[in-house]
Design a binder for this molecule. Structure first.
Ligand code: NI
Length: 256
């Protein structure tokens, strides 16, 4: 199983779990089928890390933003700091931003306020958004339909109907390891039904590792298993899935 042209639209290589072997792992992946990665920021600090990696590797791009789980612990001017970071030429998106009602690290009203502010920032800068939505589908979709930014709903866990509301306005659907999970029916249904022109592939590494490595640390090369599952659901080859998703990523993030 070897594919090329794999573009991972959502990764967190600044995570501690990569401290031991981060650069060896990235070197290895860029020599074996991975052509690009977007490292997503969750805080001002991790957004700076994303830019640092993007400066080190031509294949890495940076997304900068404040994650809903981190907003409460950030300084009041964090979004202004994010705006300053967007001046870097390898920043391709505002993210990850969004709503997370599974955890209550950040109060709901603050999550909504910071999400909306960052959507408006993205629109002002003409950058796409990378959206995190956990157990907050209705509010997430409402804000997206209200402002209609360009962007992607990452690690999509909603229904086929919700996916359609988003793809109808040109939004992209990010799919990763969860399409391979036996207990997650919805992501597989979505993978089988969305227009292929709206699909992005991602890892969310170190999390969301696809079967058969579920539970272990994820990495961008393992997108192969996600692509194989989507290919099986759609009756095309994994390389065709990868090629279309990579082309979609270049288009959305204005790369190349
Ligand atoms: Ni993430």
């Amino acid at each position: 199983m070897m594919y090329d042209n794999i573009f991972d639209t959502h990764a967190h290589y600044d995570d501690d779990s990569f401290d031991e072997d981060r650069f060896e792992l990235l070197d290895e992946m860029f020599n074996s089928g991975v052509c690009g990665i977007i490292n997503c920021g969750c805080t001002v600090e991790s957004s700076k890390k994303s830019i640092e990696f993007a400066e080190k590797y031509s294949q890495i791009y940076a997304a900068v933003g404040i994650h809903p789980q981190n907003a409460a612990e950030e300084s009041a001017d964090a979004i202004e700091q994010i705006e300053i970071l967007t001046a870097h030429k390898k920043v391709v998106a505002i993210g990850e931003i969004g709503l997370d009602y599974h955890y209550d690290y950040t109060p709901k009203d603050m999550q909504l306020e910071w999400f909306e502010k960052q959507i408006l920032l993205a629109k002002k800068l003409d950058l796409p958004v990378i959206v995190h939505d956990r157990e907050a589908h209705a509010d997430c979709v409402e804000l997206i339909l209200k402002h209609k930014p360009r962007g992607v709903m990452h690690c999509f866990s909603g229904s086929v109907e919700t996916a359609k509301q988003l793809t109808d306005i040109g939004f992209y659907i990010g799919l990763g390891g969860s399409v391979t999970f036996k207990n997650a029916k919805k992501p597989a249904e979505v993978a089988a039904n969305i227009p292929l022109e709206r699909l992005l592939l991602e890892t969310d590494c170190p999390y969301m590792t696809p079967v058969p490595f579920r539970g272990r640390r994820n990495n961008s090369a393992l997108i192969a298993y996600t692509a194989e599952k989507i290919a099986e659901l759609r009756g095309i080859t994994p390389q065709e899935v990868i090629n279309q998703a990579t082309q979609n990523a270049y288009k959305l993030f204005n790369i190349k």
